[in-house]
Design a protein around this ligand. Structure first.
Ligand code: AHM
Ligand code: MG
Length: 322
């Protein structure tokens, strides 16, 4: 019985009770995030029916076409978070600038709908988020976003797949909750997730091989010679989630076309780096820990190598020594 009734809300309240000074604001913030997520999940699930597939006709700051669902997810998260009185400012992949609306104890960074190219074809997509404390009160500004991932209060992602899941950490292990659509609740399904130290899977877009440097080419050749297997969905959240549970490495290197990589440091790489580290894994930009990077711009890009600790360390050694 307990298994079916271990909701996210109960879990958060139990966690909150371990911290006598807690005000409940954080628990409320999570209620807001899951509300937005449930609405997005509902729209994603019926996307083939509603007139919500396709593009809006706009191009975002990254030069990419904005999908209607991208925009919808962005608006829902922005609205729910900024109206809460708990979040003073947000930075989103789909907003050119940070959006400031004090008061609020927290600031939130997010990619509202990651894996946009998979929206129209019924393949898993997701939302990634990171939560920081607002240390500047009413004077919150863009500077409050340019900080190390080590200052994260929490990070998580939603995956809209064959089921909808929330996976998050507050720095006390990583826990996964599955949405039971019949009761509209996230139920604890994956307690204290640990990523295997090593793994068979590697995930990279190999079509770009001709753009890579020789060390990257050699590394991938080496993986194949050592019996690794390729899995690549093209949705970071879905590729990350699979590798978190099964072990392996996800790679999006810098290449000739994208000299700084494609993925975004602040609202993609850093939150996932915090999660993977809490699960016993590791995230690198090829030179060092993603959590040691301090973004200079909110939309800064980074190479990303993330997953099982030993696999990512091997990759780092390969890039250093060839
Ligand atoms: P998006 O945030 O615009 O959806 O782009 C990010 C996505 C990631 O989910 C995925 O890992 C990557 O882009 C795939 O890129 P590619 O198509 O170059 O392999
Ligand atoms: Mg994205």
């Amino acid at each position: 019985m307990d298994k079916q009734t271990r909701t996210l809300t109960r879990f958060l309240v139990e966690e909150q009770m371990k911290h006598p000074g807690a005000t409940g604001a954080f628990t409320e913030l999570f209620a807001d995030i899951t509300l937005a997520a449930k609405i997005v999940s509902r729209e994603v699930n019926k996307a083939g029916l509603a007139e919500i597939l396709g593009v809006t006709g706009d191009i975002n700051i990254h030069g990419e076409e904005v999908k209607k669902l991208d925009e919808f997810a962005n608006e829902i998260f922005k609205h729910v978070l900024l109206k809460s009185g708990i979040v003073a400012a947000i930075a989103s992949e789909e907003e050119d600038e940070v959006v400031i609306s004090p008061p609020g104890r927290y600031i939130v960074v997010y990619d509202p709908l990651d894996g946009s190219s998979n929206i129209d074809v019924n393949v898993s997509i997701g939302t990634i988020f990171g939560i920081y404390r607002n240390n500047s009160g009413e004077n919150v500004s863009i500077k409050d976003f340019l900080r190390s991932g080590r200052e994260l209060v929490a990070a998580g992602y939603l995956i809209y797949g064959s089921s909808t899941m929330l996976v998050y950490t507050t720095g006390n292990g990583v826990h996964g909750f599955t949405l039971d659509p019949s009761i509209g609740e996230f139920i604890l399904s994956h307690y204290d997730i640990k990523i295997p130290e090593e793994g068979k899977i590697y995930s990279i877009n190999e079509a770009y091989e001709s753009r890579w440097g020789n060390k990257m080419k050699g590394y991938i050749r080496n993986l194949k010679e050592n019996g690794k297997t390729l899995r690549y969905i093209g949705s970071l959240v879905a590729d990350f989630h699979r590798n978190l549970l099964k072990g392996g490495i996800f790679l999006y290197p810098a290449d000739k076309k994208n000299p700084h990589g494609k993925l975004r440091l602040l609202y993609e790489a850093i939150p996932l780096a915090f999660i993977v580290e809490q699960a016993g894994g590791y995230a690198s930009d090829g030179k060092g820990n993603i959590l040691d990077r301090i973004p200079e711009r909110i939309h800064e890009k980074t190479p990303l190598f993330i997953g099982s600790r030993k696999e990512v360390e091997k990759l780092e050694n390969f890039l250093r020594n060839g």
